[in-house]
Design a protein around this ligand. Structure first.
Ligand code: ADP
Length: 394
């Protein structure tokens, strides 16, 4: 019997999971993914890096996807005793600023945050419900994308609205915190001096944001009250003049749901290119629309880095992460090349091969590529939360 920790990242129609030994190293025993959950749901699983065949037609709901995966895993790894399930939860609001064991009262509090993240939080909570049903005896631990940013000062958190909005929780929370926690930890390990200095981390994936860190602590980020703010993304608009939303309401007569659909699902790289939210597809297309979508993205990342450097009063390190940040040398070059004024100078050869350090030697800002690992942050947090409990129980 292997005592295991499961990490779950539940989206609207997807479920990413990883299995770690409760007491063990940071390498997952297995990793799995369910895509297009529903009648056409597809399950993928790999154990120790090797793919394992999965039954078809068993991913109609999150619970089915989870149960099928665990039953296949139990055959492959021997019986698994899942003692803790760590969940990625997008919003922890003001109450939750660290990984937290979740019971009915915490679930209730998290459900009240649904209006703050309507397209993400319900699915995260559905993942907790599915895991609680499948593993009733395991600890359910919520790990929040907002928690890492709770160190931010008032000036980073507030909008220039009447104060009552701040008091009511209408403030800039910041997201992608699990990724920032991992990447900043890796930076501190690889380069303690830079890690302790003025750092911007660019998490560039389907969702994208920047975080400014001073001495390893978040002091500002581009994502704000919702995951719409800041940089343009795969299908999300990023920062927008609020007058545009007023125009959609008053002149176009769009409902809140219709406006959400435009801002969350039809904008960003998809909206600008007219055909894809996927950076690889846009780079391969090379059309004028695709190129201008990429240029808008890189320009906004550059603007954001400039703004973060202004808040930090300088810059010691810039770190790229996320699917685009880790794998797209052309995008990194387009972001960095016009920023030599800030001391950012790329080594083209190192950049082309996605090397760990991609800045030219001896120049001001150290530019790095650090692959993120949100699952590991969740697994470590879950082990921590359980640690005291397990020791206390034994
Ligand atoms: P998510 O936010 O959903 O976790 P990812 O971090 O996986 O997203 O990032 C997905 C994005 O990364 C997509 O736009 C994809 O095209 C891009 N990407 C992945 N690999 C490459 C690559 N080799 N070159 C360019 N873009 C890439």
């Amino acid at each position: 019997m292997t005592r295991a920790i499961l990490t779950l990242n539940a989206g609207s129609s997807s479920l990413k999971l990883a299995v770690y030994a409760l007491v063990g190293n940071d390498t997952p025993l297995a990793e799995g993914q369910a895509d297009a959950i529903g009648p056409e749901g597809v399950l993928e699983l790999s154990v120790a890096g090797a793919p394992v065949p999965m039954p078809t037609g068993r991913a109609i709901t999150h619970t089915q996807a989870l149960e099928t995966t665990i039953s296949v895993l139990s055959d492959a790894l021997g019986d698994l005793e899942v003692v803790g399930v760590g969940h990625r939860v997008v919003h922890g609001g003001r109450l939750f600023n660290e990984p937290t064991r979740v019971g009915p009262s915490e679930l209730d509090q998290l459900a009240r945050l649904v209006p703050f993240a309507p397209l993400h939080q319900p699915h995260n909570l559905a993942g907790i419900a599915a895991a609680t049903g499948t593993f009733p005896d395991a600890a359910q631990v919520a790990c929040f994308d907002t928690a890492f940013h709770r160190t931010q000062p008032f000036l980073s958190e507030t909008f220039a609205l009447p104060r009552r909005y701040y008091e009511a929780g209408v403030r800039r929370y910041g997201f992608h915190g699990l990724s920032y926690e991992y990447v900043s930890g890796e930076l501190a390990r690889l380069d303690p001096v830079a890690g302790n200095g003025r750092v911007v981390i660019a998490h560039l994936g389907n969702g994208a944001s920047l975080c400014a860190l001073q001495q390893g602590v978040s002091i500002a980020s581009t994502m704000g009250f919702s995951v719409l703010d800041g940089l343009p993304m795969g299908t999300r608009s990023g920062q927008l003049d609020p007058g545009v939303v007023l125009y959609m309401m008053t002149s176009e007569g769009l409902s809140p749901e219709e406006i959400s659909e435009v801002l969350y699902k039809q904008s960003g790289l998809l909206g600008l290119s007219g055909f894809s939210n996927d950076m690889r597809v846009l780079e391969a297309a090379g059309s004028a629309e695709a190129n201008s979508a990429i240029s808008y993205f890189t320009r906004k990342v550059r603007e954001g880095i400039g703004a973060m450097a202004a808040v930090l009063e300088g810059l010691d390190a810039l770190v790229f992460s996320g699917g685009i940040g880790e794998n797209a040398p052309g995008v990194r070059a387009e972001i960095c090349q016009p920023m030599s004024w800030l001391g950012i100078n790329l080594d083209d050869e190192a950049n082309a091969r996605n090397a760990a350090t991609i800045s030219s030697q001896g120049t001001g800002v150290r530019v790095m590529v650090i692959p993120t690992n949100e699952e590991l942050v969740i697994a470590r947090a879950t082990r921590n939360v359980l640690g005291a409990k397990v020791v206390g129980d034994d």
